[in-house]
Design a protein around this ligand. Sequence first.
Ligand SMILES: Cc1cc2nc3c(=O)[nH]c(=O)nc-3n(C[C@H](O)[C@H](O)[C@H](O)COP(=O)(O)O)c2cc1C
Length: 390
Amino acid sequence: MKLGDMEVKNRFVHSATYECMARETGEVTDELVKRYRVLAKGEVGLVIPGYLYVHPLGRAARYQTGIYADYMIPGLQRMVDAVHQEGGKIAFQLVHAGRQTTKGLIGQTPMGPSGKGRDPINFFKPREMSEDEIQEVIQAFGKAAKRAVEARADGVQIHAGHGYLINQFLSPFFNHREDDWGGSDENRFRFLQEVVSETKRAVPGGMPILVKLNTHDHTPREGITPSLAVKYAGWLANSGIDGLEVSCGTILYCFVNMSRGEVPVNELVKSLPLWKRPLGRLMMKSWIGKYDLEEGYNLETAKMIKPVLRAIPLFLVGGLRRVMQIEEVLEKRYADFISMSRPFIREPDIVKKIKEGKVGAVSCVSCNRCFAAVVNNMPVGCYNKGFPIG
Ligand SMILES: Cc1cc2nc3c(=O)[nH]c(=O)nc-3n(C[C@H](O)[C@H](O)[C@H](O)COP(=O)(O)O)c2cc1C
């Protein structure tokens, strides 16, 4: 399969997964290089590492990798080289967390398209971005893409989902602006459109630009719905992107929408300060049973998106677990790429095993303790057999 001019050796993609393994400065560590070497050795065609923050004020997590300054390039290059040495391809996911930025890490109130609505976990209201700040962030995406080129990455993915800044601009739930950046679907799309254009200007022709988009925000009031996502996907297709990954959910309003399965309440609660734990526990308990894993839970909305993408490849992510189902998705052309996150945490060599006909399904049980681990600032891994509750 081709994405832009890049050839991918099979249909498997490692969907971006925050590793909690970078230095606090955002620089790449040996641990990160090793993680991606092992994954590429396991024969995944395209590796997309965890989200890279493009601006210091858009940082979501303490041990998140950064791409906002040139001194980060040599580390990123080591990650790229490791994947290439094992015969894989690598694309960097670029993000600004907007109102989902961790306040304590940036020492100021996180920004968003609008200043309305309190954070349901940390109770602060975001700061509305000024025109200058909007332009600065658009440029930051372009500069980050340029660094990805310098680090020899094969492509970039713009993270427009999961409730981060671009998703906030796209969503009528988060975006209450009445200027050129809000008030209509066209205006709410403008920020993503500008980020795509800036990114295109920054990378050589033929280098693929991918986008990860929510097909459903699942916010308390209407945000991105499947029909709005179809509209946005059509506009993205016209803007010259090379691939679209479809996902759902926001971190702010229940991450289990994004990564369906169990809710490891005790493990998640541990990450909260003592005074927040009773309320946190209550909230998380209310999620139990609501978001149990359904196989390929983004498949139905992906089917709605596929026609408007025309020949542009679609990546399906979310709950893909059985080889027969994966084959059906590809044979019936519901999607062009099979993207997975949690299965690779447990079995980095799963593609090799599938290729050799050794397994009929992945062994990940979607217990979500991997997610609880990174929320607790522990390196990502499969903690299904035990989690240090302490
Ligand atoms: C520990 C963890 C970290 C994640 N980090 C990211 C990320 O950095 N960027 C992103 O787009 N999605 C992230 N996701 C979501 C996954 O990429 C994926 O969309 C979701 O888990 C559903 O796929 P799966 O059922 O194959 O896990 C993360 C998920 C988990 C469990």
